[in-house]
Design a protein around this ligand. Sequence first.
Ligand code: GSH
Length: 329
Amino acid sequence: MAGVYRIFGSEMSPYSVKVRSYCRYKGVPHQWIVRNAENESEFKKYAKLPLVPVVATPEGQGLQDSTPIMEYIDRVFPKPTTHPEDPTLDFLSVLIEEFGDEWGNKIMFHHRWWAEVDQIATSHVLARAMMPHADDETVANMANAVRERMTSRGHFVGSSAATAPLIRGYFEALIDVLEVHLDSRLYLFGARPAFGDFGLAAQLYECAIDPTLGGILRARAGHTLSWCYRMLEPHNDGHFEDWGTLRGTLEPLLEIVGHYFLAWSAANAEALAEGRETFTVQLGGEAYSQAPQKYHAKSLKALKDKYAAVKDRSTLDSILERTGCKAYL
Ligand SMILES: N[C@@H](CCC(=O)N[C@@H](CS)C(=O)NCC(=O)O)C(=O)O
């Protein structure tokens, strides 16, 4: 189809859902293609890595990695912008996007593959999506294979018996601050979505469609839940706010970003640089241990470059200092 971007993705993939929301908001002509066995050879034409999302551009180029895909879309479809004019707010939004991708994903992935109820539900949904026309027995066998494979991969995001209660605590703390912040606004930075909304909402949307975290969100985080679903079809309903009105309830979120995500991310990068097999970092006064994650060192470096590119950092630095983020950028 001429002029149409094709997104190969999955409803169960936060990064795919994020890119789809971005295309919807930006008015990008696109087609959503659920990646499955039937379109595998088409998918492989565009994918360098066996990961979703993959976007095939109208010119026949294959794009991967959701944040650079959004940046690509920004260049081709600059309006409506998701970048507040104030560079301080824009960087905070970019930081939250990264936080969603990395820390939000840890929370989501751990819970998706930890409790039996989540493993069973998720593996069946994934298997059915992969084989839309197969019989039930074939799908059940595939679900078992998916479950076996994915439950053995939790350690990639630090999921273990020792970290399980900690990660649950990170989720609860996150939704508690979001509930307060989203009580009086539609999006994180006001009445229209910013870059950061896309990254974080997509991970929490995935939490919302899984049994355990979906139950918790429904029981105690109605504003956050509504925002996740709103972000599936976001709208420009007004202006970005300024720091004065955001500050009171956005700073607690940035404190989580600094004291948990960035502290973890820096320790992870250090462990990788030193070639260590595991690392331990104090997060909120408790020891958290896992094997280092490779991709994160790369994205921390990209974030530092974006921070370095902000010209006037006077207001930004005082916010980052107060919230514990500055030391890691
Ligand atoms: N950094 C990548 C991560 C992509 C990724 O991890 N995708 C997952 C799904 S969320 C995937 O494709 N996993 C392998 C699979 O589903 O077969 C991005 O932002 O796009």
